[in-house]
Design a protein around this ligand. Structure first.
Ligand code: SF4
Ligand code: SF4
Length: 349
């Protein structure tokens, strides 16, 4: 695999040059935060951030997606036929995605692409997307990626890894997709062995300095029903506002709702992100709601991430340690505390 060094000026030119072959998605400064945008006239890429407020989840799994469309107009030869809406599966490259968010795609893939169920739209978008990661020189105090199988320079799920070395980016190709992107990138020069070693040493130093750790080693052995009935859920949920911020910002939350929207004699079937923190999410047509109470919804979120996922897939947790829910929960509900509570729970204690 290759490694190239680009000055930051050259890298900016690379982004524009690659637009011939990819839709280029870049981080931009958006008020006090960074977000991802498609590169076009007037968009100024900015790689000076800890992490984007929203992850790149929506690139593969849009927040709102027209699935099908239909006409109820009897004069239309295709009336009453549910037709798949046109979708864009063209090649895209996400530039500057953090390693935790690339790892998140691997975590989520188990849900959307497995032997029993395959979501064709998620899979096609994922497969046509090249992920160019940006290693974290300064992880936030809320990051705990190293506790959940990742790291500030983890290569999991990435096609290229960028090391920010001040005036230059060192770009390391990791997969065939990544190599293909680098082969199209103009300018730059081959990285020397010495430069590569220095970059890897720096990555190791940053990784070992990451202090936030959470335990997950005993989650698998816990009995589901005992955790479900654990006495801490009501206390934990007490302050929760059920605002849904934690789930909307989370790169590993995947719940959605499907709705039909009718406009006169035409309609769309739309898939929207939804949240297990909202009471309506589980409201049955009969009026019954199996998760009517707040603590039941909070419990569901954490049981799904730290127990059901663990048991179903036999490894990992449904969390990449990005820390967004920790940073942005308005009442400071902290998943790191929940890891401790669940991992260390003993019935009767
Ligand atoms: S962000 Fe905090 S308050 Fe809002 S739903 Fe999540 S846990 Fe509850
Ligand atoms: S649960 Fe929180 S820390 Fe884990 S991936 Fe989701 S937002 Fe990030």
């Amino acid at each position: 695999m290759s490694a190239k060094v680009f000055t930051k000026g050259e890298w900016n030119e690379v982004l524009w040059a690659l637009k011939d072959a990819y839709e280029i998605i870049v981080p931009v400064k958006d008020g006090d935060f960074h977000s991802f945008r498609s590169l076009e006239e007037g968009v100024r890429p900015n790689f000076d951030f800890h992490n984007t407020r929203l992850s790149a989840k929506g690139v593969v799994y849009p927040q709102s997606e027209r699935m099908f469309e239909y006409s109820l107009n009897e004069g239309d030869p295709e009336a009453n036929i549910l037709k798949e809406s046109p979708k864009n599966f063209g090649p895209r490259a996400v530039m500057g995605i953090r390693p935790c968010d690339a790892h998140a795609f691997e975590i989520v893939r188990r849900n959307f692409d497995n032997p029993e169920y395959r979501d064709p739209w998620w899979v096609q978008r994922y497969e046509s997307t090249t992920l160019v990661g940006l290693g974290c020189n300064e992880p936030c105090g809320t990051c705990f990626c190293t506790s959940v199988g990742g790291g500030p320079f983890s290569e999991r799920g990435l096609d290229v890894l960028l090391y920010d070395q001040g005036d230059v980016f060192l770009a390391k190709g990791l997969t065939d997709k990544g190599e293909a992107l680098l082969a199209r990138a103009p300018g730059g020069r081959e990285a020397s062995e010495e430069e590569m070693k220095r970059a890897e040493q720096h990555a190791e130093d940053v990784t070992s300095s990451l202090e936030s750790t959470v335990p997950s080693d005993r989650l698998k052995e816990k009995v589901i029903n005992e955790l479900f009935e654990a006495p801490f859920w009501e206390d934990l949920a007490f302050a929760c506002l059920n605002c849904g911020v934690c789930t909307y910002l989370c790169p590993t939350c995947w719940c959605f709702d499907i709705q039909d929207e009718v406009y006169g004699k035409a309609g769309d079937r739309i898939r929207n992100w939804d949240s297990c923190m909202f009471p309506l999410f589980t409201l049955h047509g009969s009026g019954h709601n199996p998760r009517e109470q707040k603590f039941q919804r909070v419990r569901q979120r954490f049981m799904h991430k730290l127990k059901y996922y663990v048991d179903k897939y036999d490894s990992g947790v449904q969390c990449s340690g990005c820390g967004r829910c920790v940073q942005f929960c308005p009442v400071n509900i902290d998943i790191r505390d929940v890891f401790v509570l669940m991992n260390n729970f003993e019935k009767g204690s």
